[in-house]
Structure formats: structure tokens, C-alpha cells
Write a protein that binds this ligand. Structure first.
Ligand code: AMP
Length: 248
């Protein structure tokens, strides 16, 4: 079974984002970029499936500018087998990404796509769902456990108040939640080896997918600054302050 893992290059999760001067979005000039954390979890899960003998090949794909090749190399160093970079220099919305991924999933004849549950830059959490819909495949999003047997994926999902277990026949799309696994670090020898692994480049324009945006960003604002806290000496004082503030 071949597994496709879409990975996005996003602002590093340790970086405090700054709003760009014109308010159109986040300022990415000279900012550290990395693989979307949920996509690292997806790559790890796919590699584990290959190590268990459930999958035979893990293909990672990133759609974006030339620098997106960096996150592909990271995934290859973690253990993915092959990478595809679909070049497009402007940001794309989930529908366009899903259309490209659907084409690749069909061309590559994959049985499973493992995507992140959301990209931490725009927090859309839409691509995996749209991809499953376009392919007409089942979907199990926000997986905290994944088991594959007899052509069926059994996915545990964290839902309000408990866990839900879904059974989805393959081919299917699964998206990863934070608790699915702890991704491995790429070792230096594997980083060196990854340089020799195949990375194909494709042009987004050849997919015939419209790139024009359907969403318009009206404003991007910094979160309101929080007022400084106060220290209280006792529970009694805390209750008094809460009463004063009308909070109890
Ligand atoms: P989103 O719907 O934008 O929150 O993204 C959800 C998931 O879709 C991500 O975690 C990735 O697995 C995948 N994805 C989104 N954008 C891209 C992209 N430009 N290239 C590759 N995969 C992507």
C-alpha cells in the first residue's frame, strides 16, 4: 500500500507572529519556517505503517514556493521514500490544494492519505475533508490512534466528552491530531541520505486548477493585550475580589 502525506511549510510554531504593516496578514520576512507540526505527525505515522509492513511506500507532497523543498527534505530525512514539490509562488486556499492532492492521489494510486488536521498558519482545517469529498473516499479526521487491517482503517478520534472509534474502508483520508504519536528527529546520517532520495518537481499550472482566491482577508489584528494580573494573599481575599468584580 502506498501512502501520500501532504506537508505544508508554515511559520515555525515557536515564532511569535507579527502582523504585516498593511494588515493583510502575518509578516513572514526573515521568519523561521518549518514543517506544519500536524504534518510531522502524519509523516511519522506513515513511516510507522511502512515499518510495520502495512505500507510499502511513503510519498510526501508539498505545494508552494521553491523553499517548500526544505520541508520535503526533512520528511525524507525522517524516513519518507520520495517527495513531490508542486511549485506555486502565491498562497493557495484549501480547495485548490485539495484538487491538486486529489489528482496526485489518483495518479500515484495511493490507498491512504494522511494529512495534518490543520495548518497552523491559517488554521483552515479544511483540506483533508475537501480532499476526501473530491475523491469520494471516506474520511476520519483528528485521529489519535490509527490501525489498519483487512483493507479497513480503524481510527480513534477525540471528541467532546470521550473517544469515538470509526471504521473506514480504504482508500481513505485520515487527518492527525496531536496525540497520535511523537515524531522522530532526523539523525545526521539520515539527513545526508535524504539528499539522495528522489524529489520530483511539478508546476501547479499544469494541474488546470484555478488559483484565484474565493476568500478575502478584511483585516488582521494582534490579539488585544491582556491587563496585568494581581496577586492575592489568601482564598478569602480572592473571593472578595471576585465578588467586587461581580464574578461570583
Ligand atoms: P488546512 O486545511 O489548510 O488547515 O491544512 C490541513 C492539512 O492539509 C495540512 O496539515 C497539510 O497536511 C495539508 N496541506 C495544506 N496546505 C498544504 C500545502 N500547501 N501543501 C501540502 N499540504 C498542504
Amino acid at each position: 500500500m502506498k501512502v501520500l502525506v501532504p506537508i505544508k511549510r508554515v511559520i515555525d510554531y515557536n515564532v511569535k507572529p507579527r502582523v504585516s504593516p498593511d494588515g493583510s496578514g502575518v509578516d513572514l520576512a526573515n521568519v523561521k519556517m518549518s514543517m506544519n507540526p500536524f504534518d510531522e505527525i502524519a509523516v511519522e505515522e506513515a513511516i510507522r505503517l511502512r515499518e510495520q509492513g502495512v505500507a510499502h511506500e511513503v510519498v510526501v507532497v508539498s505545494i508552494g514556493e521553491a523553499k517548500a523543498a526544505e520541508v520535503i527534505r526533512t520528511a525524507l530525512a525522517m524516513g519518507a521514500d520520495r517527495g513531490i514539490l508542486v511549485r506555486h509562488d502565491a498562497p493557495l486556499e484549501p480547495l485548490a490544494i485539495a484538487k491538486v492532492l486529489a489528482r496526485l492521489a489518483q495518479e500515484e494510486e495511493v490507498r491512504l492519505v494522511i494529512a495534518g488536521k490543520q495548518a497552523i498558519d491559517d488554521d483552515m482545517s479544511a483540506t483533508g475533508q475537501m480532499l476526501a469529498a473530491r475523491l469520494g473516499w471516506g474520511q476520519a479526521c483528528f485521529a489519535s490512534e490509527l490501525r489498519i487491517a483487512d483493507g479497513v482503517a480503524q481510527v480513534t478520534r477525540e471528541v467532546d466528552g470521550g473517544l469515538q472509534v470509526l471504521s473506514v474502508p480504504l482508500p481513505a483520508v485520515v487527518t492527525t491530531d496531536l496525540r497520535l504519536n511523537a515524531p522522530r528527529y532526523a539523525s545526521l546520517p539520515n539527513i545526508m541520505k535524504a539528499k539522495k532520495k528522489p524529489l520530483a518537481e511539478r508546476d501547479f499550472a499544469t494541474f488546470g486548477v484555478p488559483a484565484d482566491p474565493r476568500l478575502q482577508v478584511l483585516a488582521t489584528d494582534e490579539p488585544a493585550a491582556r491587563a496585568a494580573g494581581r496577586k492575592v494573599g489568601s482564598v478569602a481575599e480572592l473571593l472578595e475580589k471576585l465578588k467586587e468584580g461581580g464574578l461570583v
